[in-house]
Design a protein around this ligand. Structure first.
Ligand code: ATP
Length: 220
């Protein structure tokens, strides 16, 4: 079949932000499914600098989290590591806000591009508390991935009215992705690594290798 080359205006770009400490197979399954379902040209995996909502002690340095994102995206068509939230000197020390990242991508790709912000149902619950929430939801669509243990219905009841209100009565910017349900979390994987368990099946092989060789998650 002949495929037309898309102009820059028609690009469909996904952004997947997170701490990615580490990136895991849940993130990758969600991204692959979203790319297929919404015909996204590419999805940027954007490790945050200092997270506004998850500033926990022991967060791995940005360099490690970014390295694992690079390894996790390797060989995955359309999934790209991004330094957008690396901050000065690429050290990842600055607090990251999604609104700034989305604005930067909007400037880069122009008003016609479709931007899709990927997040899990757990993170979606807190969307109205994000910095400049009202502006944010005008700048991009959201793809909310199912996540075992978190009710989409509850999240929808709590968040959709705020989204609708902020968009002046119009909704439609929030899409649900029920297709994959992966009961994995980075917390669980860090715990397994600390206990010396095998990580096979929870993170890509190269990421497991990196965690082991760099001795991540063994202290504290
Ligand atoms: P932690 O256990 O350290 O809190 P996490 O597994 O939630 O980490 P993050 O890097 O914080 O991973 O998540 C980035 C984004 O990916 C968030 O929007 C989160 O909701 C989503 N996400 C993470 N794991 C899953 C999963 N298994 N299914 C669906 N969404 C997920």
């Amino acid at each position: 079949m002949h495929r037309h080359r898309q102009s820059r205006e028609e690009l469909r770009i996904g952004l997947f932000g997170g701490t990615f400490d580490p990136i895991h197979n849940g993130h990758l399954a969600v991204a692959r499914a979203a790319r297929r379902r919404f015909r996204l040209d590419r999805i940027y995996f954007i490790p945050c600098g200092r997270p506004p909502h998850k500033d926990r002690p022991g967060l791995s340095p940005y360099l490690h989290r970014f390295a694992m994102v690079v390894l996790g995206c390797a060989g995955e068509p359309g999934l790209l590591p991004s330094l957008l939230e690396a901050g000065p000197g690429w050290r990842g020390l600055r607090r990251s806000y999604s609104i700034d990242t989305v604005r930067r991508l909007r400037r880069l790709y122009g008003p016609q591009a479709r931007l899709y912000f990927l997040l899990g149902a757990d993170a979606f619950l807190y969307l109205p508390t994000w910095k400049h929430f009202r502006q944010l939801i005008r700048l991009c669509d959201f793809i909310v991935a199912a996540r075992p243990g978190f009710s989409w219905r509850r999240a929808a009841r709590r968040v959709l009215p705020a989204v609708r209100e902020a968009r002046g009565g119009r909704s439609g910017s929030v899409h649900f992705l029920p297709a994959v349900r992966v009961a994995l979390s980075a917390t669980r994987i860090r715990r397994a690594a600390r206990g010396g368990s095998r990580l096979a099946g929870t993170v890509p092989r190269a990421v497991a290798d990196y965690i082991q060789k760099m001795n991540l998650y063994r202290r504290g």
